[in-house]
Design a binder for this molecule. Structure first.
Ligand code: GLN
Length: 486
């Protein structure tokens, strides 16, 4: 198999056997990026020279035998993770030229494990969006159909993996930003339990919801990478000190007796009929492997999106107040006075969606409206958490569609933020409740892929990865790739 078509696990085995070198893999992928990314726009920065130097070092280390688990394996980072010496833009004009003085913990852990970083991927501005159209660097294209969005906000990561420009990518998920683009590009995306992966050096959008994860082409690769990323970090006060299991070893569990919950409301009229059929068929695949299906109730499901769109903007309005043109980021030219510096730096540096969120967030936190909106949303958030808790008393996993429809056309939803926001209707609940969740390829509708979404109780990443792995052994959806990028 050609190098670009191999999964991380394949490449790892090949490197171990000495079939090829890390330099060869790296060069092959950099060549593909050079060939295809002008159209796809998945990358904001390609770090060719650094990647080749790192690959060369990895090859040397490997021959000495003392190598990390990802030694010489290529990955790409969403441009929200701070990287020393390479710009971290977060998809924004505000940080167009920003070079962080330190590496994010996630970046550091991959580097310590020996991974080779090919570049930084495009994303919605400050991770606010579901289509990658809010990026200052232009939209990312979906390799399955260049007129369509790959989803967002980790759309660059998803497209890079789907078009085989990289076998794996990091992403972040505040309301669905790993799982939704994974579903729309036929890749696998996992968002771990809140606190599982350090947020240190990951530019904050909504701190109580943001969580880092990965996009890959196989559950085994996701397990391999999660094992590297996960674990306590004293530099992140929300990181939780909980043992990290051997996710790869957990893949071979059995689905016999797995209790799968289905949410009736997930199949209401909002869901595309062909998607519903494909998801039902996938649930049948789990059943055939010994899982039992039953209905569960999430009575406050309808409030997930409105709750999220109070909590997330509130947190973002606070987080983004640090971008004031004084310390770092975009600075307006020739300010008249301090107020003018603040106003113009922010006015010029932020795009329309980011401004909309900051304004909404500031409003819901303001003295007169705090109780009516922010406090109320926090209470509803608790109810949503309790719904999940109750459901997980009876089932091990909740499964359903990742998105209501396959990929939509670029431009289709840009004038209507509410319809855009509704794209995350099935994914947002997991963020509000801090639960691990995953999307796996489960069908192709009129040439466009869709995903099966699974949510587990806290720390159930192993169950999700194992279910995804076993599901993929019975189906070949994850093997399909867009014709022009095979
Ligand atoms: N699409 C959602 C939003 O726009 C979620 C984004 C995310 O998960 N980062 O906020």
């Amino acid at each position: 198999m050609e190098l670009h078509a191999q999964t991380l696990t394949d490449l790892q085995a090949g490197l171990e056997r000495g079939d090829f070198s890390s330099v060869e893999i790296t060069q092959a992928l950099l060549d593909r990026i050079a060939k295809f990314d002008t159209d796809l726009n998945a990358f904001i920065t390609v770090t060719s020279e650094r990647a080749l130097a790192a690959a060369k070092r990895a090859d040397e280390v490997r021959s000495s035998g003392d190598n990390g688990v990802l030694c010489g394996l290529p990955i790409v980072h969403k441009d929200i993770f701070c990287t020393r010496d390479v710009t971290t833009t977060c998809g924004s004009r505000m940080l167009e030229n920003f070079v962080s003085p330190y590496d994010a913990t996630v970046v550091e852990r991959f580097a310590d494990a020996g991974a080779v970083v090919l570049g930084k991927t495009n994303m919605d501005e400050f991770a606010m969006g579901s289509s990658n159209e809010t990026s200052f660097f232009g939209p990312v294209k979906n390799p399955w159909n260049l007129e369509c969005s790959p989803g967002g906000s980790s759309g660059g990561s998803a497209t890079a993996v789907a078009a085989r420009l990289a076998p794996a990518a990091t992403g972040t998920d505040t309301g669905g930003s790993i799982r939704q683009p994974a579903a729309l590009t036929n890749t696998i995306g996992i968002k771990p339990t809140y606190g599982r992966v350090s947020r240190y050096g990951m530019i904050a959008f909504a701190s109580s919801l943001d969580q880092a994860g990965v996009i890959t082409r196989s559950a085994a690769d996701a397990a391999l990478l999660l094992g590297v990323m996960a674990g306590f970090d004293s530099r992140d006060s929300t990181s939780i000190d909980h043992p990290v299991p051997d996710y790869v070893a957990g893949l071979n569990g059995s689905l016999d007796g797995l209790r799968v919950g289905i949410v009736r409301q997930h199949f209401d009229e909002g869901l595309d009929a062909a998607c519903a059929d494909a998801v039902r068929e996938s649930l049948g695949v789990l059943e055939a492997q010994g899982a039992t299906l039953s209905e569960v109730d999430l009575p406050n499901l309808d409030y997930c999106v409105p709750t999220y769109y109070v909590v997330a903007p509130a947190e973002c309005s606070s987080n983004l107040s640090r971008f004031d043109g004084v310390r770092f980021g975009h600075r307006a030219a020739d300010p008249k006075d301090l107020l003018d510096l603040y106003c113009r730096s922010r006015g010029e540096g932020f795009g329309a969606e980011v401004k909309r969120r900051i304004m909404t967030g500031t409003y819901v936190l303001s003295a007169g409206y705090y109780d009516a909106y922010y406090l109320k949303a926090q209470k509803v958030r608790q109810l949503i958490c309790q719904d999940f808790k109750r459901a997980f008393a009876d089932v091990d996993v909740i499964a359903g569609p990742t998105t209501p429809t396959p990929a939509f056309k670029l431009g289709d939803k840009t004038d209507d933020p509410i319809t855009m926001y509704l794209n995350d209707i099935y994914t947002i609940g997991a963020n509000l409740a801090g639960l691990p969740a995953m999307s796996v390829p489960c069908g192709i509708i009129d040439g466009l892929p869709i995903g099966l979404h699974m949510v587990g109780p806290h720390w159930a990443e192993e169950t999700l990865l194992c279910t995804a792995h076993q599901f993929a052994r019975q189906t070949d959806w994850h093997m399909r790739s867009p014709e022009a990028y095979r």
